[in-house]
Design a protein around this ligand. Structure first.
Ligand code: PMP
Ligand code: GLN
Length: 380
């Protein structure tokens, strides 16, 4: 068989979780919480899952009441005109499906797609599967913010799309209003579209707001903005996300979505519509995760890890050069097998395995888990 992705192995997140299991390691590798969604949400899901009449296909673009709740939340939180649930919001099987559907909808063979690296591991392969060419632009090495001069230099009439991710996985860097202004100026008079991956939208710290592409009118006109309920409700296994985009772009996403998954699990959409319409769970998230970020950093103070600043999301990057000169993949394997704390090597976020001696910890874990992990790490 002639592989379409001959150079692509198993995703680093599966590899490290498997290795963590083999060695009974504490899993700070794959990004998922070791706590559950709010109890009321679980009970509500159980109720919908056993309600006759909620067991068949949802409408292809998503349950109307869930799209309405998203529209309301978006307007309220970001101070923007409410996206039209009928024509501008599509519910997908996680942000993963939304990413794939957007790329399949807009990337033609031979198109360039700009990707800022390090980047979430599916971006490059998903672009290539459409016949597109990922054009990688490095984020600045110290603070992982975009170097807009380099972005400008990489933009050409062949650039169909630029992919951004704020808060950023794996660095936690966030884009500012100024960044969006700069991007808007660069894209003026071009046909380049924007995919803004905002799955960690509710995890921005130190009193800073999340800045969405939706808040910039000129960008909103050409943007697909993605989010994920998995992150927001501690339910990564539910795999429900969504895409907000203007009607013409949404129509293209739906052309693909209808043949990719058609629709998303009905009872889960009901439960998410309920929680979104009557609870403010997401407002507690910045404080909840800032506590974990600070606790974990404090616990690692006297270790040989040099921690990088974290403005958002639930990942902590650390330099380990004082501890080892091994390549990051090997260091991560040893940490998992010998210290029994699983982490992700940051080279997995680069198409060419670029290695700066960095690992990624996920701190979406109970305080006891973080304490137990830190205890093991402090023995290094
Ligand atoms: N984008 C980024 C940056 C992510 O970190 C993740 C979660 N791993 C996703 C997309 C995929 O989200 P979901 O689990 O909802 O498919
Ligand atoms: N987004 C998660 C992470 O970065 C993992 C998702 C996955 O395993 N596909 O760790």
């Amino acid at each position: 068989l002639l592989s379409k992705l001959p150079d692509v192995g198993t995703s680093i997140f599966s590899v490290m979780s498997q290795l963590a299991q083999e060695h009974s390691a504490i899993n700070l590798a794959q990004g998922f919480p070791d706590y559950d969604p709010p109890q009321e949400l679980l009970e509500d899901l159980a109720r919908h899952a056993t309600t006759p009449g909620h067991q068949q296909y949802a409408p292809m673009p998503g349950l109307p009441r869930l799209r309405e709740a998203i529209s309301h939340k978006t307007a309220l939180l970001y101070g923007v005109p409410a996206p039209d649930p009928a024509t501008e919001i599509t519910i997908t099987s996680g942000a993963t499906e939304a990413l794939y559907a957007v790329l399949a909808a807009v990337v033609h063979p031979g198109d360039d797609v700009l990707v800022l690296e390090p980047a979430y591991d599916l971006y490059g392969p998903a672009i290539r599967l459409q016949g597109g060419r990922p054009v990688y632009v490095p984020l600045r090495p110290t603070d992982f913010r975009p170097d807009w001069d380099q972005v400008a230099a990489a933009l050409t009439p062949r650039t169909r799309l630029i992919m951004l991710n704020t808060p950023h996985n794996p660095s936690g860097a966030v884009l500012t209003a100024e960044d969006w202004n700069t991007l808007a100026a660069l894209l003026e008079n071009t046909d380049t579209l924007v995919l803004s991956d905002e799955v960690y939208e509710h995890m921005v710290f130190d009193g800073q707001p999340h800045r969405s592409a939706l808040q910039h009118p000129q960008l909103a006109e050409r943007s697909f903005v993605l989010s994920s309920f998995g992150k927001t409700y501690h339910a990564t296994g539910w795999k429900v996300g969504y895409c907000v985009a203007p009607p013409a772009l949404t129509a293209e996403v739906r052309r693909v979505h209808q043949f990719l998954t058609f629709a998303v699990h009905t009872p889960t959409q009901h439960a998410l519509a309920d929680v979104l319409s009557h609870a403010d769970h997401f407002r507690e998230l910045p404080g909840f995760y800032q506590h974990k970020r600070d606790l974990f950093a404090e616990l690692l103070t006297d270790t040989g890890f040099e921690l990088l600043p974290v403005a958002g999301a639930y990942f902590q990057l650390a330099r380990y050069r004082q501890l080892s000169s091994l390549p990051d993949v090997e260091f991560a394997r040893r940490l998992t097998a010998e210290t029994r704390v699983a982490v992700v090597p940051v080279s997995a976020f680069y198409h060419d395995g670029h290695d700066d001696g960095l690992i990624r910890f996920c701190f979406a874990k109970r305080d006891e888990t973080l304490q137990a992990a830190a205890e093991r790490l402090s023995r290094l």
